[in-house]
Each structure stands twice: as C-alpha cells, then as structure tokens.
Design a protein around this ligand. Structure first.
Ligand SMILES: O=C(O)c1cc(=O)[nH]c(=O)n1[C@@H]1O[C@H](COP(=O)(O)O)[C@@H](O)[C@H]1O
Length: 271
C-alpha cells in the first residue's frame, strides 16, 4: 500500500486506528478453545467486528510463533483474511546481517503478503535496507519505544547532548523515505513525540501504548499529527480483551468505535 492510499483510507474512515492482534490462548474467551483453530476464530471475529473502524492491523508475530508450525499457518490465514484496503503490519522486530534480513523480508513480503514489518535499527544500514527493496512495502523502524527499558539505550545522550533515538532517526532517513519508512514512537512518551516529529516531519509514526499502557491519544495527536495525519495509533489488549465472554467481538467493536470517534474529532482539529 502506498502512503497516498493509506492517507485516503484515514480520510475515508476518519480513523488512524491500528488494531493490535496479540492473541493469547490463556486470555481468549474459553468457549473458543473447543474450535479447531481457536486463535484463528478469535482473530477472525475481531477483524470482522472492527474492520469498519481500523485502517491497520498489527499481528504481533510472537503470539503466533509461540504455537509452533501451526501458529505460522494461523498467521498466514489471518493475514489473508484482512481486507486488502487495510494496512498490515507484521510486528516481528527483525533485523540481522544483510543476507539474513533479505530472507526475513521474503518471509513477510513474499511467503506472506504484509505491507510492512517492524525492524530494530541496532545493526545499522545493511540490516534494514534489504526490507526497503520491495515495492510498496514498508519498514517500521523502532525509534522511541513505549516500554520502561527504552531509557536504557534510546535516551542516552552523546557528547553534544543528542539522544540516541535522534541519531537513529537522522541516520535512517538516508536509507528510506516517507513513502517506505515509518517509525515506532510510543504513546507513553508524551511531548517527546513532538521532538521526534521535528526530526521526521513527513514520516508516519506507528504509536503503540494507548489503552493498556496508559498513553493519551489526545497528547499523541497534539504532538505527532502532520498534514497527512502521519499517525497509526495501535491498541491491542484494550480492544481485543475488553471482554472475555461470548460477547468479546461486539465489545471489541465498541472499544474500536470509541477510539475512532475520538480520532475523528482529532483529525478535524489538526488536519
Ligand atoms: O512495535 C510495537 O508494536 C511496539 C513497540 C513499542 O514501543 N511498544 C509496544 O507495546 N509495541 C507493541 O504494541 C503492542 C501493544 O499492546 P497493548 O499494550 O496491549 O496495546 C504489543 O504488540 C507490543 O509488542
């Protein structure tokens, strides 16, 4: 999917919601456990109920990989089920020496048909650029993550006072463009989102951390929105586990509607 197509979807749905698919056998409603593929049944119901309000889905690969070979089959079926006009993110946080990254890219862009994959920047240019060689496919590079451990490295300052995440942004902008490179910026980072925006004015940000991790959607929009919206805000547990009963999909839909309604107001305000 191109940047223009993604923006068109955002405008059409008045939404920049990414629904995170983090399906855990220990958390999905008990009545699904007797189904032949409980994780698929769960994701299918969530997708069917939320697709009108979401512009992206982000299956977190760990939740599928943990189930072994069957998990990979389920992941492929889930990816194929997502409507073609919705952006797909393989949240795999990959990155390795060049020839290995190339095969990671093939796994997600050829074996499966994801629009994008999350990638860690730590190993540098040759670990990231193989993912950028696929037409209309995207790298979503970890910049400033939502977790407490992000302080350990990402906020370390160099001798000029520049934090490491800023060096990651500046360097990686040479590898791709706003047409094929996004950044992960955690919703829990408040006004720092504005600092990231200064360095990357045109790029999309994938923003996890609203809902279960406590980030504020209004703050994210205030500091992060650009003229093409420039934001995909993810919520996983806050939507998919809003109910553990037989009504889980309907309640997930309600949570998605709530976020979309808030996003619609923010789009009116800032675009
Ligand atoms: O790359 C990510 O998606 C990611 C980056 C980050 O900084 N923080 C973060 O929480 N995530 C992912 O975003 C999702 C957040 O889930 P919830 O906290 O349940 O909404 C999980 O799949 C995380 O792995």
């Amino acid at each position: 999917m191109t940047r223009a197509e993604l923006f068109a979807q955002i405008q059409k749905k008045s939404s920049f919601l990414c629904v995170g698919l983090d399906p855990d056998l220990a958390k999905i409603p008990a009545h699904l456990l007797s189904e032949p593929d409980p994780i698929f049944s769960f994701c299918k119901a969530i997708i069917e109920e939320t697709a009108d309000f979401a512009v992206a889905y982000k299956p977190n690969i760990a939740f599928f990989e943990a189930l072994g070979a069957k998990g990979w089959e389920t992941l492929k079926k889930v990816e194929e089920l997502i409507p073609a006009d919705i952006f797909t993110i393989a949240d795999a946080k990959r990155g390795d020496i060049g020839n290995t990254s190339k095969l990671y890219a093939k796994a997600f862009f050829e074996q499966m048909n994801f629009d994008s994959v999350t990638v860690a920047p730590y190993m540098g240019a040759d670990s990231v650029t193989p993912f950028l060689e696929f037409e209309d496919r995207w790298v979503i590079l970890l910049a400033l993550t939502s977790n407490a451990g992000s302080m350990d490295f990402q906020l370390i300052r160099d001798e000029n006072g520049k934090p490491l995440y800023q060096s990651v942004l500046e360097k990686s902008k040479e590898w791709g463009s706003p047409e094929n490179l996004m950044y992960v910026v955690g919703a829990t980072r408040g006004e720092l989102i504005g600092e990231v925006r200064k360095v990357a004015p045109a790029h999309f940000f994938l923003v996890p951390g609203v809902g279960a991790q406590g980030g504020s959607l209004a703050e994210v929009a205030k500091h992060g929105m650009n003229s093409h919206c420039g934001l995909l805000v993810n919520s996983s547990r806050g939507i998919i586990y809003a109910s553990s009963g037989k009504d889980f999909a309907r309640i997930a839909r309600q949570e998605a509607v709530k976020l979309q309604a808030e996003m619609s107001v923010l789009l009116e305000q800032y675009l």
